[in-house]
Design a protein around this ligand. Structure first.
Ligand code: SF4
Length: 215
């Protein structure tokens, strides 16, 4: 049997500030993704953000630029947030897994996304928890199954429970809402894409209205 991953806890120190966490991230050897030649991407946004958005992992463009949600899925998310009335500048965006997991196809060497395994997600959780503890957002929006499972456990089903406000992770004091990942919209067929995008916007509107009520 393979040795279990050590997990990120020894690098994502409890009580560390966001800046300290961001600095320590480069040293993380919490799972095998540390060895794939990519660099980890920390969350981004204002330190007093009311909303924290959690996706799956950085993609090719995010890894190159060192910022989350700046590739095609990020641009689609920007549009969806705008239509829902949520200002992205008031949002902290991050991922469940902070390294980019990919396979590389010869001869182009293009890096192709691979979904992280449950043990890689679990290994990376201390980084997510550290950001959550520091930011104390009012609302957490999880996008896609990987983020939902990281924060809500393996039985949570985005397709069944999306668009509904529920209590956030224990001790966070936040509310939480789940929706599909914007990359799922991009992967949808031409006929599906508009409906999927509208569905994402509708879920984000529920989030926006919950924020309005808390003002
Ligand atoms: S994926 Fe997460 S736990 Fe694994 S090495 Fe990268 S930062 Fe550490």
């Amino acid at each position: 049997m393979d040795k279990p991953f050590p997990g990120a806890a020894q690098w994502a120190r409890r009580g560390a500030s966001l800046s300290e966490l961001a600095k320590a991230l480069a040293e993380c050897r919490g799972c095998d993704l540390a060895e794939n030649g990519s660099r980890p991407v920390f969350g981004a946004g204002p330190h007093d953000a009311r909303v924290m958005i959690v996706g799956e992992q950085p993609g090719d463009i995010e890894e190159r630029r060192g910022q989350p949600f700046v590739g095609p899925a990020g641009k689609l998310l920007d549009r969806a947030l705008e239509q829902a009335g949520i200002d992205r500048d008031q949002v902290w965006v991050t991922n469940s897994v902070l390294h980019f997991k990919f396979t590389q196809s010869a001869p182009t060497k293009r890096r192709i996304h691979q979904t992280p395994d449950a043990d890689q997600v679990a290994a990376c959780k201390p980084w997510l928890q550290g950001q959550l503890n520091r930011l104390r957002p009012e609302l957490v929006i999880v996008l896609g199954a990987t983020a939902a499972k990281s924060l809500l456990g393996p039985t949570f089903r985005v397709t069944r429970e999306r668009g509904t406000l529920i209590p956030g992770p224990p001790g966070s004091g936040a509310q939480l809402i789940a929706s599909i990942h914007p990359s799922a919209v991009l992967r949808g067929s031409e006929e599906e894409r508009d409906n999927m995008f509208d569905g994402l916007v509708n879920d984000l509107r529920v989030a926006a209205s919950a924020l309005d009520k808390r003002l």
